[in-house]
Design a protein. Structure first.
Length: 403
């Protein structure tokens, strides 16, 4: 099967309900997808491509893409460095989709950039000489001066195929293409599972910025895909009374205003990923464990002064300061409250910080779709696999491809 293309949308696009001023009459759908982040939007697109005769409604609680969701804050770093060998063909197929097969229209700009990922370590891997031979550069332009202590991190691994892109743009491109392929979209609507269908509450905002329920509907559906990110397992457990093994974790993304360029590789060192962005770096801490239900992140303290970094994030940064001395300078944005340092809840498939994206049928006709920390690299393939399962096709475009 060739790679999916968005070049030939059908003549009849779907309908969009963006606000409560647009009248909506409840109807029955063959397929309903809850959540228009990149996983849900991609699944909706693939469902329209693989099952074009089935009606589909995509529902999102916020806008498109949702500024409160994890999609916008995801690192957007594709790398197969830690992908198991048996999943690398899926990872390569996902990369090809991101590189242009998914959205060949230049107006659907994912900002895809092929950039190497360099992992620095205190032991193991290869020496700097081997890495620089592959990069074909001198150490100076490879790493900005003063960022890392190469005596503390003398070993390196390189993913020369790594890339960077915008997950929010991916969600938008997939949703737009799904609508062009005939899917309906409802924004500003909260949904819950309701035996054999979905209950929806259309939301409105008052002039005092309070969110209120404007109207409710109950829609019957043949199949429902729950792609609500970290809220997905909780929705299934609460609405259907089921138990899942999945969990969630809260992760912040501090800013490091240490100079970088578009050519600077993505770095991993001392448990952190440093993504070059806007002339500096976005820091991506590792996820160590699941956060308990009901946990509300609170800020931390540095030398007794309150900061916007939660305690767990602050501890990670302090532990990395010897290897990454730039963290101990004024280049690190600490913030004065949690609102100053972006953060979001992420799903942990299987409750494991290293859990790979997956989907499963949790009840007859109800499918749970989870991305998690590795959605950047494998998310599109898993969304396609679920769409193919629902459509009843055994074909997978990455089957037989080298990893």
């Amino acid at each position: 099967m060739p790679l999916m293309s968005l070049e030939k949308p059908p003549a009849q696009p779907g309908q969009v309900w963006a606000h409560v001023g647009q009248p909506f009459v409840g109807r029955e759908y063959d397929l309903i997808v809850l959540g228009a982040g990149r996983m849900g939007a991609a699944c909706a697109l693939y469902l329209r491509r693989l099952a074009p005769r089935r009606s589909l409604l995509l529902i999102e609680e916020g806008g498109l893409p949702n500024e409160d969701g994890a999609t916008l804050l995801s690192p957007g770093v594709w790398s197969a460095l830690t992908v198991p060998p048996e999943r690398r063909a899926e990872a390569q197929w996902t990369r090809a989709q991101l590189a242009g097969a998914l959205a060949p229209d230049p107006s659907l700009n994912l900002s895809f950039q092929a950039r190497p990922l360099l992992e620095l370590a205190a032991a193991g891997g290869a020496g700097w000489e081997a890495v620089l031979d592959v990069l074909g550069r001198d150490p100076a332009p490879t790493l900005p001066a003063g960022l890392a202590d190469l005596q503390a991190l003398p070993w390196a691994r390189l993913d020369a195929q790594a890339a960077r892109y915008r997950p929010g743009a991916l969600a938008l491109a997939c949703a737009q293409a799904a609508i062009g392929a005939g899917a309906d979209l409802m924004l500003n609507a909260r949904a819950h599972l309701d035996g054999g269908g979905v209950g929806i509450e259309r939301l409105s905002v008052t002039n005092t910025h309070q969110i209120v329920v404007h109207e409710t509907h109950r829609l019957r559906a043949g199949r429902v895909v729950v792609a609500l990110g970290a809220a997905g397992p909780g929705t299934v457990e609460h609405d259907l009374g089921l138990h899942t093994t999945h969990a969630r974790a809260y992760r912040q993304f501090p800013r490091l205003n240490h100079p970088s360029t578009e050519q600077t590789p993505t770095l991993r060192a001392a448990g952190l990923t440093l993504r070059p962005q806007h002339g500096g770096f976005t820091l991506v801490p590792a996820i160590h464990h699941r956060d308990p239900a009901g946990y509300e992140p609170g800020g931390g303290r540095l030398t007794g002064v309150p900061t916007g970094l939660r305690r767990e994030t602050l501890e990670d940064l302090v532990a990395a300061m010897d290897a990454l001395p730039a963290l101990a300078t004024g280049a690190l944005e600490l913030g004065r409250s949690l609102m100053d340092v972006p953060g979001a809840w992420f799903a942990l498939p299987g409750g494991d910080p290293d859990g790979l994206p997956r989907h499963e049928e949790v009840a007859p006709g109800v499918h749970l779709l989870l991305g998690g920390p590795h959605a950047d690299t494998l998310g599109l393939a898993v969304a396609y696999d679920l769409a193919a399962t629902v459509a009843g096709t055994q074909q997978r475009p990455w089957a037989g491809r080298p990893g």
